[in-house]
Ligand binder design. Structure first.
Ligand SMILES: *Cc1c(COP(=O)(O)O)cnc(C)c1O
Length: 468
């Protein structure tokens, strides 16, 4: 998420000091104002590169789902296409065709029926994709409700989702003035609670969001069950509800790893799905995808036409101009890996996650909440009743000393007493690295056990949520 910056954020030392002997060496560069005169490209490059030096190694960042490695050929192709503007369909018709191919490939992965008119688009990420999915749900609901004669001003429309939602849904509901109805999770229901979800639905419900999988733990909502509940509900009302699946991470993972799970357009009431191309689609940020099973679920009012080869092409987006290089990067991965290649990469990732979960469990100190057997996310908490002076936050700090970034945080509402640590395994995290990590983890624990200085209370209450 982009921060909002201002005067208050200026550092006291407000100049940059070029190094490595050069004419410009004499001259300090202001940090918060434009420099009067240009500097040589070499100087500009070095000064900026140096500032980024201590930012942490992205591949040791086990906190993020976002891709941290692409092949040199992919990177080359992407840097050679940075200037292409994805919205200029007329100027870049081949690029538009590449986006079209990607949408169709994803539609087939998600079992969109050729008998329906499915539609989809690339986005900046899942956040924009969810925003578009949510808007379509809102407008489609309003059109249906108005036809049925519902007083749509009498109450705010609402969206039903589990309390394990990613922050983009909060944004969507805030920006579009929608009541967010969150179904609480507890230790027994660590995903959308199927016994209670339909209690939250009424005539003002624009849709239900299922999550494949929950950002904080990696767990999947049971979309098949949800579809059955919705089917039953819709039999008894004119006010139909439908499902959007937020498959930010699962959307480009599950089809390759567990093709037998039914969660996508195979299910009748799933009308739209989003995924992040920059998570298990293996592209650098930012790219996402959103698809609708049929154009009837994407109201016309939301579609804007741009010119395309003398005619027009429908588009749906929040942004206008952006580089097409990420789309081209996604296409590269599809062409390069094919179905089998994606399967093999994800299988290795899966094996690493399962290995890590087993090794961490063996330490005897942690209870595993997600064991990597579905999404390759390992999530654990400290075991109850184990006497330990240190917390998961201390462990995170210790691991940071060896370069590993592993976040600790409390779970969402109703589970906020449970503090967890989460490791997101990605394609570039090999078994060798996993062995090294376990060694460093053991050493960190030993150091914490042997340490005799503790500066904080036994329990720390940090802010919940780690959102990417
Ligand atoms: C990461 C994530 C998002 C947001 O995705 P971006 O691609 O980072 O915008 C939305 N929903 C879920 C479930 C996620 O895991």
């Amino acid at each position: 998420m982009m921060a909002l910056y201002g005067k208050k954020d200026q550092e006291e030392h407000d100049t940059l000091d070029p190094i490595f002997g050069s004419l410009s060496e004499e001259q300090d560069l202001p940090k918060y104002q434009l420099n009067e005169t240009p500097v040589e490209p070499r100087i500009a490059y070095q000064v900026i590169k140096d500032q980024l030096l201590d930012e942490g190694n992205a591949r040791l960042n086990l906190a993020t789902f976002c891709q941290t490695y692409m092949e040199p050929e992919a990177t080359k192709l992407m840097s050679e296409t940075l200037e292409k503007n994805a919205i200029d369909k007329s100027e870049y018709p081949r690029t538009a065709e590449i986006e079209n191919r990607c949408v169709n490939m994803i539609a087939s992965l998600w079992h969109a029926s050729p008998d329906e008119s499915y539609l989809g688009t690339s986005t900046v990420g899942s956040s924009e994709a969810c925003m578009l999915g949510g808007m379509a749900m809102k407008f489609a609901w309003r059109n249906r409700a108005e036809k049925l004669g519902l007083d749509i001003k009498a109450k705010k429309p609402n969206l039903v989702i589990s309390s394990g939602y990613q922050i983009c849904w909060k944004k969507f509901c805030t920006y579009w003035d929608i009541e967010m109805r969150t179904v609480p999770m507890d230790m027994q229901h660590q995903s959308l609670d199927m016994e209670r979800v339909m209690d939250y639905v009424d005539e003002y419900t624009i849709g239900i969001v299922g999550i494949m999988g929950i950002t904080y733990t990696g767990r999947y909502d049971d979309i098949k069950k949800l579809d059955a509940l919705v089917e039953e509900y819709n039999k008894h009302t004119d006010y139909k509800v439908y499902i959007h699946v937020d498959a930010a991470s699962g959307g480009l993972y599950t089809p390759f790893m567990e093709p037998d799970i039914e969660w996508d357009f195979k299910l009748k009431n799933v009308v739209s799905i989003n995924a992040s191309g920059h998570k298990y689609g293996l592209v650098y940020p930012g790219i996402g995808w959103v698809l609708w099973r049929d154009k009837s679920f994407l109201p016309e009012e939301l579609i804007f036409k741009v010119s395309y080869l003398g005619g027009e092409i429908p588009t749906m987006a929040i942004n206008f101009s952006r580089s097409a290089s990420q789309i081209i990067g996604q296409y590269y991965n599809f062409v390069r890996y094919g179905y089998k290649g994606f399967h093999e990469i994800h299988k290795r990732t899966h094996d690493v996650a399962v290995y890590l979960a087993k090794e961490i469990e063996k330490l005897g100190l942690f209870e595993i909440i997600n064991d990597g057997s579905q999404l390759p996310i390992v999530c654990y908490k400290q075991k109850n009743g184990i006497k330990c002076k240190w917390t998961l936050y201390d462990l995170a700090d210790r691991l940071a000393m060896t370069g590993w970034q592993v976040p600790a945080y409390p779970l969402p509402a109703n589970l906020e007493d449970v503090e967890v640590q989460r490791i997101v395994v990605r394609g570039d995290f090999g078994m060798g690295m996993a062995h090294d990590f376990i060694e460093d983890l053991k050493r960190a624990i030993k150091q914490l056990n042997d340490a005799h200085l503790l500066f904080h209370k036994e329990k720390e209450n940090k802010k919940y949520g780690f959102t990417h």
